[in-house]
Design a protein. Structure first.
Length: 301
């Protein structure tokens, strides 16, 4: 398999590219601002919002499949800087057009936030209703794909956790572990329900969608939902950290620039039935995390 992963310097892209290389695949990955190296991966600097250089790079690689993880994935930043957030749509359009030109299968990473949380649980064909600008850009990218003549799969995911591969990244589990180890209080929402998935499990899903050229929409999330507080408590328990530093917090008491639904529950039945990769429960994921993260918080290679 010859694969291109966009966002190779990001949390999800770095796992996806690394795991593809471990399978012996021919793997290229892009970065934009953060120049990084990954074992066995050809890294390419590329601003995906530039159509000309994106097409030229993708034509040169000639991938069988493109796994598009790159995006501004910070809802508050997108809300405050809508011009920057629009790059999510432009980049997706550029990647999809180039994929059409070279005949590559597209695996596009989207978000549970395309839904408004009013009608949980959501099936893959339920009608989206984004409540913030980030989610709107992610939905616009999905819609751009519906019109594409390329073959495609959309993987909607939720909170991605795991040990960061680069110091400038931090997943939710990194933040909890770092703070509790430093004896710092962590505010954790007791009323925000999501479906956290380990980066390595999600990467396996994306690679399966690419390898088998599966088509359609998939809900690539943990099959059991939990609050952020419950997730943080599980991390504290498994890592032997002080859970009394977790401060149960209500969403209504914290102002954030981007609105977020209180609960987002995605139905995973059709996704799990289509995949050989098993979606991990968040408790299993946190247990695996313990084996992947050393005492200083770094990934164990
Ligand atoms: N993180 C979550 O909890 C979560 C939840 C649901 C869905 N998602 C989705 O999952 C995907 C991956 O998220 P993540 O957490 O791995 O993101 P991340 O760690 O913030 O990484 C984002 C990646 O996108 C690249 N990028 C951003 N804008 C770019 C541009 N214009 N041109 C080229 N590259 C660009 C970044 O490159 P540089 O850093 O080198 O500039 C980086 O490699 C995103 O599509 C996101 O919407 C994430």
């Amino acid at each position: 398999m010859k694969i291109l992963v966009t966002g190779g310097s990001g949390m999800l892209g770095s796992y996806t590219a690394t795991q593809a290389a471990e399978r012996g695949w021919d793997i290229s990955a892009t970065y934009s601002a953060h120049e990084v190296e990954l074992p066995g991966v050809k890294m390419i600097q590329l601003d995906l919002s530039d159509p000309g250089s994106t097409l030229a790079a993708i034509e040169q690689i000639g991938p069988d499949a493109i796994i598009h993880t790159a995006a501004n994935a910070k809802p508050d930043d997108c809300e405050l800087h809508k011009d920057r957030a629009l790059a999510n749509v432009l980049s997706a359009q550029n990647v999809f057009s180039a994929a059409e030109r070279v005949g590559a299968h597209i695996v596009h990473v989207s978000t549970d936030l395309v839904f408004d949380g009013e009608c949980n649980p959501y099936k893959t064909d339920d009608t989206p209703g984004p409540v913030n600008y980030y989610a709107l850009t992610k939905l616009a990218a999905e819609v751009a794909l519906f019109a594409s003549s390329a073959t495609w799969a959309i993987a909607r995911t939720s909170i991605i956790f795991g040990p960061r591969k680069f110091p400038f990244l931090a997943s939710f589990s990194d933040n909890v572990i770092d703070s509790l180890r430093a004896g710092k209080m962590v505010n954790a929402f007791e009323d925000q329900v999501r479906a956290p998935i380990p980066a390595w499990n999600l990467a396996d899903v994306l690679l399966e969608l690419a390898e088998r050229q599966l088509k359609g929409i998939y809900h690539a999330v943990c099959p059991e939902s939990c609050t952020r507080l419950e997730f943080a408590q599980k991390v504290a328990e498994v890592f032997g950290l002080d859970a009394s530093l977790l401060n149960p917090t209500a969403m209504d008491n914290v102002h954030t620039p981007a609105r977020r639904p209180k609960a987002l529950v995605l139905d995973t039945h059709s996704t799990q039935a289509a995949l050989n990769t098993r979606l991990l429960g968040f408790k299993e994921g946190v247990l695996e995390l313990l084996n992947r993260q050393d005492a200083s918080g770094k990934e164990i290679l």
